[in-house]
Design a protein around this ligand. Sequence first.
Ligand code: NAP
Length: 287
Amino acid sequence: MTGISIDGETALYGIIGNPVKHSFSPRMQSLAFHASGINAVYLPFFIQESHLPRLLASFEVVGLRGFNITTPYKEKILSYLHTLSKEAALLQSVNTVQKTADGWKGYNTDGSGFLRSLAEAGIGVEAANVLLVGAGGAARAIGVSLALAGVSCITVFNRTRKKAEALADLIQTAMPEVETRISPESRAAYDILINTTSVGMNDGQCPVPVTLTAMCDHIVDIIYNPPKTPLLEKAAERSIPCMNGLGMLLYQGVEAFEIWTGQAAPVEVMRQSLTQAVFSENGGISD
Ligand code: NAP
């Protein structure tokens, strides 16, 4: 980050979480501001839950203009915000906050960032038949965004069936025209299979039976570290086009940058920052 200058007018942005020291966002967003000629820095803030009631008043005092939110505060922040975007209101979950003339406004860029990563990879979602594996926070964001983007059917497949049913209900609320199903049918064909569970992150496991992958045109695993999970290895063995979650991580940050600054983000600078961070976390092993 050579050449970065800090002066009396440097604006402040950040990310709150617990833990937060693992986050790649401070470096990625600070580099993005610098590359765009914006006099701003972005810092990690380790926050205890007991700090939340005083947090936004403290941020106002120091003039912080916007921040990201990571685990475990994406839902807990809601009651302190003044307005919500459509996606954030549907999901009741916020990962990006901006200071506006009307107070603090919450957004959720996880789903829209995911859609941008699909578009970049040339994977169309219009009228698609999607198998969504998992029903946690990331699955909710992705499921609602896919529904709003015009997929025709989403099958939710999750270890805990009740959560799959709740996500199917949420998708129906967001977009009643989208068909929803619980559990995949054997021998069904899907345009896109998306793993949103943490299975494959550090357990060497595949989140779905291998037979289910055979009939998929595209396979996406939103895990980005390791870059190649067992699911993606299976996809590669069968020559099925696939991608990991680095694009989602990148574009959720790109969208946050664009909300805060109102200008296009320096995507390649941000991508390079993330790629380097993941590469060094893997001891220099890229796949
Ligand atoms: P979450 O809300 O805790 O949801 C976890 C999901 O994984 C649930 O569906 C859970 O099923 C399932 N799961 C966990 N362990 C399992 C197991 N042993 N067997 C079967 N299913 C299991 O977490 P999240 O925030 O959605 O994150 C999920 C994953 O997505 C993580 O790996 C995270 O790193 C990744 N992620 C990536 C990005 C990105 O930008 N690329 C963004 C967000 C998240 P149950 O409902 O049955 O518990």
